[in-house]
Design a protein around this ligand. Structure first.
Ligand code: GRF
Length: 190
């Protein structure tokens, strides 16, 4: 078996997907760092509890200069020999500079069946559109938001009594199963 791929997970919030990536049987990847752009993100504590280096890089310190934030982020990741980045609720849009420097090695999870409903409020929009099914997508990150090659999807039916909240809960459960599976596959194929 070849060496495990070194993964960094970028977060901004509670980090339930991060937890799923930590808890999964990781024979293909190893999470070597978690970076949050929000200083008190709950996910940082999850990383520390798992013995993973937890770092904060507050984008506000860089004002409007997105690339300056990303150059610093890049330096942190390169210094740790990171090979793959997994975005898990990371709420910053990344510039072409960053995206292109991690081509084929930068993945995201999105709470809809892409190409349907890129962007925000996916559960509300799926209901409003009268969809009969919904789900989540793991995809490579490219310059256009939520538009990169799809690595995997998980789907479920929408039922009459569903609300945005019930959909969010069921989709999240699917995310926790899908993301580790897709990340492991990417790591094995790199
Ligand atoms: C998830 O719904 C994910 O699809 C989206 O952001 C949310 C992150 O949740 N990109 P968590 O922080 O992993 O709990």
């Amino acid at each position: 078996m070849s060496a495990k791929r070194r993964v960094a997970v970028l977060i901004s919030g509670r980090g339930t997907n991060l937890q799923a990536l930590i808890d999964a049987d990781q024979d293909a990847y190893e999470i070597v760092a978690v970076v949050s752009n929000i200083p008190d993100a709950g996910g940082l504590q999850r990383a520390r509890a798992a013995g993973i280096e937890a770092l904060t890089l507050d984008h506000k310190q860089f004002g409007k200069d997105r690339e300056a934030f990303e150059r610093e982020l890049n330096a942190l990741l390169r210094a740790r020999n990171v090979e793959i980045i997994a975005l898990a609720g990371f709420m910053r849009v990344l510039t072409p500079y960053f995206v292109n420097s991690w081509k084929e090695r930068l993945v995201n999870i999105h709470p809809s069946l892409l190409p349907k409903f890129p962007g925000t409020k996916t559960h509300e929009r799926a209901l409003a559109a009268g969809e009969s099914e919904h789900g989540c997508t793991v995809h490579l990150v490219v310059e256009e938001v939520d538009a990169g090659r799809i690595l995997g999807q998980a789907r479920m039916p929408i039922i009459a009594s569903d609300t945005p909240e019930t959909l969010a809960g069921r989709v999240l459960t699917l995310e926790h199963e899908l993301y580790p599976r897709c990340l492991a596959e990417l790591a094995r194929n790199l």
